[in-house]
Write a protein of this length. Sequence first.
Length: 290
Amino acid sequence: VLWNLVADKYLKESGEELTREDFPINAAEEEKKSLSQRKRTTAEIERELVDLSRLEYEEAISSLVAQVEMMCEATLDEAGVEPSDITKVFLAGGSTRMPVIMECAKRVFKQDPVATANVDEVVALGAALYAAYKGDVGNLTAIQKKSVSKLTVTETTNMCFGTISMGYSESKGDALINSIIINKGEKIPCKITESYYTVGEGQTELTCRITESKSAETNPKFVKEIWSGSLELPPGRPAAQEVQITYSYDENQMMQASFKDMGSGKETSISLSMGGEQRESSDINKFLVD
């Protein structure tokens, strides 16, 4: 954001497009840090000086700050706690140096946030503690074992996962709905099985879909389809044949899904990595339509 802000100003003042060679991302990061400490800074680009104010930068990131605030409020709601239930709020990550982020935390949690150390190092320290907690305790020193023994870590899913099924409503009658199988906030590892039923007589195929959403959304238009496949069914059967759908989610961010026709034993299964980087953007950004 700051780089784009500098680029816009540089274009207006010099009439030239700014390049990453002239003003690297690392330089933009340093100017951002400067604005966390002072109200104005000046970026030097070749012979041009570009003046920046903290207020300009805060206005440029205002939508992102609003998202952070809403995410914090949503997290409190999902956990079923009030700001008064929170003993301390610790800052972690370089962006928490910015006064606007500190004020955001103060608004949401009704208290001053605490910076116990270098906010960049806090993230690495937390990762080290988590690695020790999950790893072989036998490799730790006595002091490390004592530190890890005080930890309690609960891992949960950060999304809802479901499938598309036929539902009924008084307003629409029979209609496709997104049916949630694993809810957001479910403790992992977890394994959940739900039963569904075929809708047509003589149905020989079932379209299998896995969906993802940030909330328990039932409208297929507002969820993401992250996988689709098919399950062949025996011919000549009446409607209402049971199909069991099982989703499991483990600590390695792997989700296993199976679609099993209980009458014939036929099954379609898939293993998905939910780590983010390994998922195809075309799948992640694909919206379902009726």
